[in-house]
Design a protein around this ligand. Structure first.
Ligand SMILES: NC(=O)c1ccc[n+]([C@@H]2O[C@H](COP(=O)([O-])OP(=O)(O)OC[C@H]3O[C@@H](n4cnc5c(N)ncnc54)[C@H](OP(=O)(O)O)[C@@H]3O)[C@@H](O)[C@H]2O)c1
Length: 260
């Protein structure tokens, strides 16, 4: 119960990465404020957690569009007026993968759609919630990014506009790490370079022979989230880009940065 009495805000909480963090923090006794635009997705997440015996009494599901500044600022107001618990940690994780073969074929509407899903939520989350943590000892803020921003092609899929959105996030991370360096909060970027799938998809891939269970480059959400505990707990992890390209690298990081 390493996070008993602490509150963690997790955006993109129903996603493959966000849900992995929700599970781990609940298991460690934290209150978890979990955001999604969809009530039914949050209900589905709650059922999936209960199926694997994760306690959900401290889960606080919130229906909000994190790409909408006004909506998210109302959640910040609820923390200020103590309708919601004071937060200690933030995990900013959202944004799907978009596949377009050529950047020159992307329409302006598609461009805006990708930026609205992959970039704006991270800026809006940062501007609304980092003020709660700036001077709070022991607090942390983790921005999740992807390796599509490092390369032009992943496998044989062009990373194109998804990669561009991640490059913008690298910029946000760089500025945020710099401007919080003298504050109490530990701002870190978790840059993920391998696949995390929900349990059902993962099992399907294994049964179809797409990956073997010993594969180092794919894992299930339920096995991934423990890395967030290490980042949130270890006071030495501050201002870092934590680049994790395989399950082995994840395990190695957690061996060095133990959360309990
Ligand atoms: N999963 C991986 O294999 C992987 C690998 C490398 C890096 N990453 C990084 O991890 C982060 C999250 O990935 P993920 O796999 O968890 O994504 P995901 O499963 O596709 O989840 C995306 C989340 O983003 C939210 N979202 C999508 N479109 C949105 C929009 N227009 N406005 C507001 N919210 C929106 C969704 O929230 P709703 O519930 O509201 O729909 C959902 O919770 C991304 O930054 C990605 O680069 C993931």
């Amino acid at each position: 119960m390493a996070f008993l009495g602490k509150t963690v805000l997790i955006t993109g909480a129903t996603g493959n990465v966000g849900s992995s963090a929700v599970k781990e923090f609940l298991e460690q006794g934290a209150n978890v404020i979990a955001t999604s635009r969809s009530k039914s997705s949050l209900e589905k997440l709650t059922s999936k957690l209960q199926e694997i015996s994760v306690p959900t009494e401290k889960l606080i599901p919130i229906v909000v569009d994190i790409s909408n500044d006004q909506e998210l600022s109302k959640i910040a107001d609820q923390i200020r007026d103590k309708t919601l618990p004071e937060i200690d940690h933030v995990i900013s994780s959202s944004g799907p993968w978009w596949k377009y073969d050529h950047l020159y074929d992307v329409t302006f509407e598609q461009w805006n759609e990708v930026m609205s899903a992959n970039v704006n939520p991270h800026f809006i989350t940062y501007r609304n919630f980092i003020p709660f943590l700036l001077n709070k000892p022991g607090s942390s803020y983790t921005l999740v990014t992807g390796a599509s921003g490092l390369v032009d092609v992943i496998g044989n899929i062009p990373s194109g506009i998804t990669g561009i959105s991640q490059c913008v996030l690298f910029g946000i991370s760089r500025v945020a790490r710099f401007e919080t360096k003298d504050n109490a909060v530990r701002f870190n970027e978790l840059l993920i370079g391998f696949r995390i799938e929900d349990d059902a998809t993962y099992k399907k891939y294994i049964s179809e022979g797409k990956f073997s269970e010993s594969s180092d480059i794919v894992t299930t959400s339920w096995k991934f989230g423990s890395i967030f505990l290490s980042i949130a707990k270890d006071n030495n992890v501050k201002g870092e880009v934590i680049k994790i390209m395989s399950t082995t690298e994840k395990d190695d990081f957690e061996k060095v940065h133990k959360f309990k």
